[in-house]
Design a protein around this ligand. Structure first.
Ligand code: KG4
Ligand code: ZN
Length: 330
């Protein structure tokens, strides 16, 4: 039974996971950042400090377990915001020191990938993963837990950032990804054709900054009122450009690397149009595709516990001088 702790960005989350069974997954989202249109790092750390004890109590209570029953403490050590990471990491170290239970440092990106095993514990290696979050967009070949080969990544904005920054241009609340997803359902995807960038010499590289700029100038030229009047169609077209770019590269990579199993991960994997399009394409090509359930796409501690469980099984523990690494690589 693993306790998972996540505090890398703006969600304070603690979960109890017993093998693949999620006994609790408490996520406290920091809404105060909405006022600023993005995460303010200093506020994020303070909110984590304010909330973490309460979230811990709720996680144990919901799981209906006593802390003494926990076998290991898994915590995100990076990548993420330094101050935010330190709150969760220090909390985990305190628990480990006081109880003698092993500490397990987890890479947040690996957590997103392993989230898939919470829903499907039968996924076979190797598989190709598309990790799409607010901070990362990458295609990774996963040979086994802990063994990753980067096939391609974004050279500028992450897919989640493309949603959030596009939303800012359209005066939507942060984070705009889920809002655009919802509004786009009523819109026409062919209303406007946004660019799908190709990057010289990088077959599997992504670029979303041009897309954002293109939306910016469209709205600037046509005006705020026009944007308001056509919001559904703009969102549908903008979302389609992101989903299309991700789809083209990911399925091309799957074919070139001849990988039969595909796995989606990260906050943007919650996008309904992305899920629908990817499922259809996988079916067409006869490939197996997995998505985490919505709750495990965006930041949560159950995925950190699930990744930590793999390390726990290998006796791969961390020492108490474990450092937080804001730009930790997979
Ligand atoms: O994985 P995540 O919770 O945090 C990071 O590790 O970055 O991802 C957050 C990102 C945000 O950019 C948010 O707008 C996006 O995921 N997101 C979505 C949806 N739900 C969350 N983007 C598109 N459609 C959604 N339904
Ligand atoms: Zn994340």
């Amino acid at each position: 039974m693993i306790l998972g702790i996540e505090s890398s960005c703006d969600e304070t989350s603690i979960a109890v996971v017993k093998n693949n069974q999620v006994l609790s997954n408490v996520v406290s989202s920091q809404l105060l950042h909405q006022e600023y249109g993005g995460v303010v790092p200093e506020f994020a750390s303070r909110e984590h400090m304010k909330n973490i004890n309460k979230v811990m109590d709720q996680a144990l209570e919901k799981a209906d377990v006593d802390f003494s029953a926990i076998n290991g403490i898994a915590v995100t050590r990076g990548p993420g915001l330094m101050g935010a990471l330190l709150v969760g990491l220090s909390f985990a170290k305190g628990l480990s020191l006081a109880s003698g239970k092993p500490l397990i440092g987890v890479n947040h990106i690996e957590g997103h990938i392993m989230a898939n095993f919470l829903d499907h514990d039968d996924i076979q290696y190797p598989f190709l993963c598309l990790l799409v979050s607010g901070g990362h967009t990458m295609i990774v070949e996963v040979e086994e837990h802990g063994s990753y080969k980067l096939i391609g990544q974004s050279v500028d904005d992450a897919a989640g950032e493309a949603f959030d920054k596009g939303g800012k241009i359209l005066h939507l609340t942060y984070p705009a990804g889920p809002i655009i997803d919802k509004i786009a359902k009523k819109g026409d995807r062919k209303f406007h054709y946004f660019p799908r960038a190709e990057i010289k010499n990088r077959e599997y590289g992504f670029s979303f900054s041009g897309l954002k700029t293109s939306l910016y100038y469209l709205v600037k030229n046509k005006g705020r009122q026009w944007a308001k009047d056509n919001m559904d169609d703009i969102c549908a077209s903008y979302q389609e450009a992101i989903v299309d770019a991700l789809k083209n590269k990911f399925f091309k990579a799957a074919q070139e690397y001849n990988i039969q199993r595909l796995v989606l991960a990260g906050g943007v994997a919650a996008n309904s149009r992305l899920r629908e399009t990817f499922k259809k394409q996988a079916d067409k090509l006869g490939l197996k595709i997995y998505f985490p359930s919505l709750e495990f796409c965006t930041d949560n501690a159950a995925m950190i516990a699930r990744a930590g469980l793999e390390d726990y099984r290998k006796d791969n523990y961390s020492s108490l001088d474990l450092q937080a690494i804001p730009n930790l690589k997979l």
